[in-house]
Design a protein around this ligand. Structure first.
Ligand code: MN
Length: 238
């Protein structure tokens, strides 16, 4: 029985091939897995459970069906869907994971994270992260009418897109010092994360430690990571 991991699908609110392939994944390979880990940014944005549960009703019903079948679904919030809340968990049967979470995966002590925590060179982003994760700020945002929240989310997305164009590419990647500290602090030999949209298998200490970066989904590449007794392998859906 395998464990499947994926992140950064960035499913839009509109109909999209990404959404169709995700549903096919839930009705296909996910059904024979033991566990499915979604490590953040499943959604392009999530402005509150009240709206998200409607917009993504089809995907959530398939997640619920998967849970009902006995597949353990775990969801970690990313920087786009950090407002995913208890109603999401209730309706899908998913467990909400803290970021980071340590576990033994395929026999290896492993740390799972969305990944943005370790992008410590991007000081402006880390400042935004602290504000956006503040419970009071979140409560104020959630209380706004839907139209306002959509406008704010839209503005943040375009700011983030223009900000990215201005920033040197390196600062949007993880900081290797922060990664080294995470290996040591959590006593793991493998870290699996997404967020950076730089899918790769990094090895350290002559292969003794590794950092697996999950692939973001785009029209020409949609994949998940499969972990079982034989190790890890990336599986292409598209
Ligand atoms: Mn992200």
């Amino acid at each position: 029985m395998s464990v499947l991991l994926l992140s950064d699908l960035h499913l839009p609110a509109q109909p999209s091939r990404l959404r169709d392939v995700f549903v096919e994944f839930l009705e296909g390979p996910a059904r024979s897995a033991k566990q499915v880990f979604i490590l953040g940014d499943l959604f392009e944005y999530w402005i509150g459970d009240d709206v998200g549960l409607q917009v993504y009703a089809r995907e959530l019903s398939r997640l619920a069906a998967l849970s009902a079948k006995g597949v353990a679904v775990a969801f970690m919030r990313g920087n786009r869907d950090f407002l995913v809340g208890d109603a999401f968990a209730q309706i899908t049967g998913a467990t909400l994971l803290e970021d980071p979470t340590r576990l033994t995966l395929a026999g290896v002590p492993t740390l799972l994270s969305h990944g943005d925590l370790y992008c410590t060179d991007d000081l402006a982003y880390q400042r935004w992260r602290r504000i956006s994760r503040n419970p009071l700020c979140q409560a104020v945002f959630r209380a706004l009418p839907r139209g306002w929240r959509e406008r704010i989310a839209g503005n943040l997305r375009s700011q983030s897109a223009s900000g990215k164009a201005m920033k040197p590419a390196g600062i949007m990647d993880v900081n290797e010092g922060a990664i080294a500290r995470a290996f040591a602090q959590h006593g793991v030999t493998r870290i699996i994360h997404g967020h950076t949209h730089r899918p790769a298998d990094h090895r350290y200490d002559g292969g003794g430690r590794e950092r697996i970066v999950l692939a973001d989904w785009r029209p020409d590449r949609m994949e998940y990571l499969q972990a079982d007794d034989d190790g890890l392998r990336r599986v292409q859906l598209v």
